[in-house]
Design a protein around this ligand. Structure first.
Ligand code: G6P
Ligand code: MG
Length: 214
């Protein structure tokens, strides 16, 4: 039986992927090429460094470790300007309602993210009171598909991973959750997320009771 829910952040709770894309696109323009919109799906769940590698590879750009650090910093600075403008209107459809529902039912909730900005954005949107535990890439060095962030979240909640339901929007995230031993639901187009137990188009379509009672 599921006793807790562990949410991924980007693309599950907050609609950040278009903003990640716009700011990576800005970096690509600075480097002299146009970023392909399909890149957004390759970046889902990938760490900032991995996402940068995807961008540089697409542009055929060679960069030294120092340049890479500079590019990642530049992108993150632009991303931070966007965070300042973020409001609860950027929440994914059904996210707030699901958080409310879980709170009413006294189901512990955690957030497990590969982003270094996830906790900051949750606090910016004043949503932290919904979470018993929030771990992001500032806390856990090994990012998804490594299971570390899910294992640490379950441990923090005081539950075995098998009692935790992960909610993910990326193949990398689903792999991390499953490797940790969690059950996992995918949110988004089914063809990408086949490894999840069930896939829903959006959180609005998810009937959480189904998982909490069996
Ligand atoms: C999530 C997103 C990725 C992003 C990563 C790092 O996994 O899905 O697209 O690259 O977080 O985000 P950050 O906010 O630390 O740059
Ligand atoms: Mg995600």
């Amino acid at each position: 039986m599921i006793k807790a829910v562990i949410f991924d952040f980007d693309g599950v709770l907050v609609d950040t992927m278009p903003i990640h894309f716009i700011t990576w696109k800005k970096l690509a323009s600075y480097l002299g090429f146009e970023l392909d919109p399909s890149t957004i799906d390759k970046m889902r769940g990938a760490s900032r460094d991995k996402s940068l590698a995807i961008v540089l590879e697409q542009g055929g750009v060679d960069a030294s470790p120092r340049q890479k650090q500079f590019y990642a910093h530049m992108k993150n600075t632009w991303y931070h300007y966007e965070i300042k403008e973020m409001t609860r209107r950027h929440l994914m459809p059904g996210a707030l309602e699901l958080l409310e529902q879980l709170k009413e039912k006294n189901i512990p909730v955690a957030m497990a993210s590969s982003s270094k900005n996830a906790v900051h954005i949750i606090e910016h949107l004043s949503l932290q009171h919904y979470f018993q535990c929030m771990l992001d890439a500032n806390d856990i060095q090994l990012t998804k598909p490594d299971p570390a962030v899910y294992l640490a979240s379950a441990k923090n909640l005081g539950l075995p991973p098998e009692s935790c339901l992960a909610i993910e929007d990326s193949p990398l995230g689903i792999k991390a959750a499953i490797n940790a031993g969690c059950q996992c639901i995918g949110i988004g187009p089914e063809d990408n997320l086949a490894a999840a137990t069930d896939v829903y188009e959006s959180l609005e379509k998810l009937e959480i009771e189904k998982y909490l009672v069996n």
